[in-house]
Design a protein around this ligand. Structure first.
Ligand SMILES: [Zn+2]
Length: 251
């Protein structure tokens, strides 16, 4: 059975970009894990950091539970994600704890540096989690493989120069939009915060718009698109296409 780890920066990032695909993989019998680098400590207009973090970790766990996934908090701090030795170790420990066969994360270029740093940390951890002499104090044993690694689309579906990413495949998530929206709505504090911040309830609107726009790219009603990491060591076959059959359209 495949073990999937979707590793995002903030609580709700995975919900926006990849939970349709996770819901389909869960239906195929895959074991699903969702991790966040940070506790979303700055996502509130009126609560303290500690208060909003406690709320957001609970929301993230509740969202994961919608599809029977396990939630993991890495230990990082919102807007301070940094490719340093402490973050590398924390990220690799989550990788070793879950020991995934497939990893999904942010693309290397995204609108927020926190997302880009998370992408780099997760990519690095996917590679070095198997190295026996790295972090020998780690309570979890080194992994036995390089996992399949995929990047989901950039938030807003464009890189920082406004260009579309070089997407390789799209997953038809039309049959699981209800689960995807239900997972996002578990993040009630963010819906409130964005309503406060933007003056309207954009939360589910953004999710639907991005799903429809990506569906259009693959000729389906709603979609989530991905780029596979094909660097040295990682498997080169498209395992998402194998697992999800007709739901996957190559681009
Ligand atoms: Zn984020």
């Amino acid at each position: 059975m495949e073990r999937i780890l979707a590793f995002g920066c903030h609580p709700d990032d995975v919900e926006f970009m990849a939970t349709g695909t996770l819901a389909l993989l869960a239906k195929q019998g895959c074991e699903i894990h969702i991790a966040t680098m940070t506790g979303g400590e700055v996502g509130s207009p009126d609560k303290t950091s500690a208060e909003i973090k406690a709320i957001r970790l609970k929301e993230a766990a509740a969202a994961a539970a919608v599809i029977g996934a396990q939630y993991h908090y890495t230990g990082g701090h919102d807007l301070e994600v940094d490719f340093n030795s402490e973050y590398r170790r924390m990220t690799t420990r989550v990788m070793r704890k879950v020991d995934p066969t497939i990893v999904l994360t942010h693309p290397p270029m995204d609108y927020l540096a926190d997302h880009e740093e998370t992408s780099r940390l997760v990519r690095n951890a996917a590679y070095i989690a198997s190295v026996p002499l790295y972090d020998q104090e780690c309570p979890f044993k080194p992994t036995g493989r390089f996992p399949h690694l995929y990047y989901w689309n950039a938030m807003g579906l464009k890189d920082i120069f406004g260009r579309p990413l070089p997407l390789q495949c799209g997953v038809d998530i039309s049959s699981v939009m209800a689960e995807k929206e239900k997972m996002l709505l578990c993040h009630a504090s963010q819906r409130d915060w964005l309503a406060h911040h933007n003056g309207w309830d954009a939360y589910t609107g953004v999710l639907r718009d991005m799903a429809v726009a990506q569906g259009k790219l693959i000729g389906r009603a709603q979609g989530e698109c991905f780029i596979q990491h094909l660097g040295n060591g990682h498997p080169q076959d498209n395992i998402l296409a194998k697992l999800l059959g007709n739901n996957v359209v190559l681009m």
